[in-house]
Design a protein around this ligand. Structure first.
Ligand code: IPE
Ligand code: IPE
Ligand code: MG
Ligand code: MG
Ligand code: MG
Length: 326
């Protein structure tokens, strides 16, 4: 059995061997670029860690793990265009370094490459079909989540439960599917596969809550993305929606106005919104909600009847995700 750091190292070695240096350079170079920026690689690590609960030939799951990471990087390329984001993993986003058309097309190519890896897995046809179904479902859900996220920028009547559904779709289900697909490659039982999926779905919601917290409260020296980007884009995050509920009527009106006027310069807007968030003590409210999802996630991991030792990497990633700074 591999520890978390061994999983990360072995899969890291596998990734560096996957190269996309082909013509036309303008199509493939941005793929190499975004992959070279690394990132945490949580999703493929989750696939491997879930596989390990039920089987022990870890290399078997690598093409599937990489499928998920390629898909994730494709969504980031397009997400950065949609969110008008200048920075990713501490470097220029693809559409800033190259141009928007490049971000679109290289992103599309990455999605196709993801399918190529998925169908290269050595498994029987029934397993491959199952994997493709799970992957198609999650890929479409991520699109749905992304569209809700964009829709919500422009509408004011967003509820907290709509927000939670949106982050479940855009983020949580991909973590869940990464785990599920790892379990499928390992031939896990249906009930174990369901529990690992639910573990991922809940930890994924906690993960996106942390992402939203960091977007406002992260340290710009280490965060790797633009701090305040969500505020600049009028993202209806939990921080915003719950603050509206918690603040006095006057303060809530001020917060609402910040999101509904173009009269204020971006820097001032970010500062003002942050002050109002602080007044609502929103960070600790968001962390409380995050903790609830973390605990739900744990209950599903606990329900899987395999040796505790095998679950260690998953316990460790889950707790690290809760306190991550990047
Ligand atoms: C960023 O994902 C997009 C979200 C779903 C929040 P990660 O935080 O996993 O990004 P990288 O891959 O580590 O850079
Ligand atoms: C991204 O959510 C979700 C997907 C890419 C599908 P965000 O827009 O919050 O992710 P970051 O903060 O840009 O990484
Ligand atoms: Mg986004
Ligand atoms: Mg974004
Ligand atoms: Mg974000």
């Amino acid at each position: 059995m591999q520890t978390l750091s061994q999983i990360s190292q072995s899969f890291g070695n596998y990734i560096t061997k996957q190269t996309f240096e082909k013509e036309p350079i303008a199509l493939y170079e941005p793929i190499t670029y975004i992959l070279s920026l690394g990132g945490k690689r949580i999703r493929p690590i989750l696939s491997v860690a879930a596989y390990q609960l039920f089987a022990d030939r870890v290399e078997e799951v690598y093409p599937v793990a990489f499928t998920v990471e390629l898909f994730h990087n494709f969504t980031l390329m397009h997400d950065d265009i949609m969110d008008d984001a200048p920075l990713r993993r501490g470097k220029a986003t693809v559409h800033t370094k190259y141009n928007v058309n490049t971000g679109i097309l290289s992103g599309d190519a990455m999605l196709i490459l993801a399918y190529e890896y998925l169908t290269s897995v050595s498994a029987d046809i029934k397993t491959v079909t199952k994997l493709i179904k799970v992957f198609n479902k999650v890929a479409l859900e991520v699109c749905e989540g992304q569209q809700f996220d964009i829709n919500f920028e422009k509408i004011n009547k967003v509820t907290i439960s709509e927000y939670l559904r949106m982050i479940e779709l855009k983020t949580a289900v991909l973590l869940a599917a990464a785990l599920e697909m790892g379990a499928i490659v390992a031939n896990a039982s249906e009930s174990d596969t369901e529990n690992i999926y639910e573990f991922g779905r809940n930890i994924g919601i906690a993960f996106q809550l942390q992402d939203d917290i960091l977007d406002t409260y992260g340290d710009s020296a280490t965060f790797g993305k633009k701090v305040g980007g969500d505020i600049a884009q009028n993202k209806k995050t939990y921080l915003y929606l719950k603050s509206l509920e918690l603040l006095s009527e006057t303060d809530a009106q001020q917060l609402f106005d910040c999101y509904n006027t173009s009269d204020i310069a971006e820097k001032e807007k970010i500062e003002k919104v942050k002050t109002l968030f602080d007044k609502a003590q929103i960070r600790s409210h968001a962390e409380t909600l995050q903790q609830e999802y973390y605990e739900k996630a744990m209950s599903h991991l606990n329900a899987i009847p395999v040796a505790e030792e095998l679950k260690q990497p998953l316990y460790q990633i889950a707790s690290e995700l809760m306190i991550r700074k990047v």
